[in-house]
Design a protein around this ligand. Structure first.
Ligand code: FE
Length: 216
């Protein structure tokens, strides 16, 4: 008969748990199952919403807004002054963009967006917020040590560049207008949109290039 090995059993136990979804994911699943059981929602509706926000809306709408601003100076001016109206022009206005401010990166300014209270995010144009955006560590450290957080995203900000942190609320959300990549002068609006990363519109990405990038 094999001997009982407490250490081994603990390892197996931890290994099995590491494959379980997080507590919040399990709670959401339980809630979803109850609502479906009671006939209050149709699971196909949930699938359609999830698909729309991850595949259709994703950050593609935001990238379109940014590419239009890069291509058309008048549109950019409008976007900076009245983002909801300028975004509505592209047909993307939604609950999360009705009160939105666009903040522009320049050679001397870098903008970083956070929601310290919870997870306010312009999902109507950026889709589902990444898990790290909702994490307590990001929400607290983005304010206390924005340069340190940015460095962990691989974005090292020169000391001469001012870092501005914007705290989103349900009443006012933010979208970063990244700098247009060098060497992208001949690209079409559609091609430009392909260079915009989701993180660059949150501020955890900065130097986009004309060769790489794209929605991630
Ligand atoms: Fe929030």
């Amino acid at each position: 008969m094999p001997e009982y090995d407490a250490k081994k059993v603990t390892e197996i136990h931890q290994h099995l748990h590491s494959h379980l979804p997080s507590d919040s994911a399990l709670r959401v699943k339980a809630l979803e199952s109850l609502l479906v059981d009671k006939g209050l929602i149709d699971p196909r509706t949930i699938d359609a919403w999830v698909e729309a926000y991850t595949e259709e809306i994703g950050p593609k709408r935001g990238a379109h807004v940014i590419a239009r601003a890069w291509s058309d100076p008048n549109y950019k001016q409008w976007l900076m002054k009245d983002a909801p109206a300028a975004i509505d022009k592209l047909g993307y206005l939604g609950n999360a963009t009705a009160h939105l401010k666009v903040v522009e990166n320049t050679d001397s300014i870098h903008n970083l967006v956070v929601c310290t209270l919870c997870s306010c995010y312009p999902f109507s144009i950026l889709g589902v917020a990444p898990a790290w955006y909702k994490a307590a560590a990001y929400r607290s450290r983005a304010v206390r040590d924005p340069r340190g957080v940015l460095a962990e995203f691989g974005v090292v900000i020169d000391d001469k560049i001012e870092v501005r942190v914007w705290d989103s609320t349900a009443e006012l959300r933010y979208l970063v207008l990244p700098q247009r990549p060098a060497g992208s002068d001949d690209l079409s609006e559609g091609e430009l949109a392909g260079l915009v990363t989701r993180n660059s519109m949150i501020g955890t990405d900065r130097d986009l290039t004309a060769k790489t990038g794209g929605i991630s």
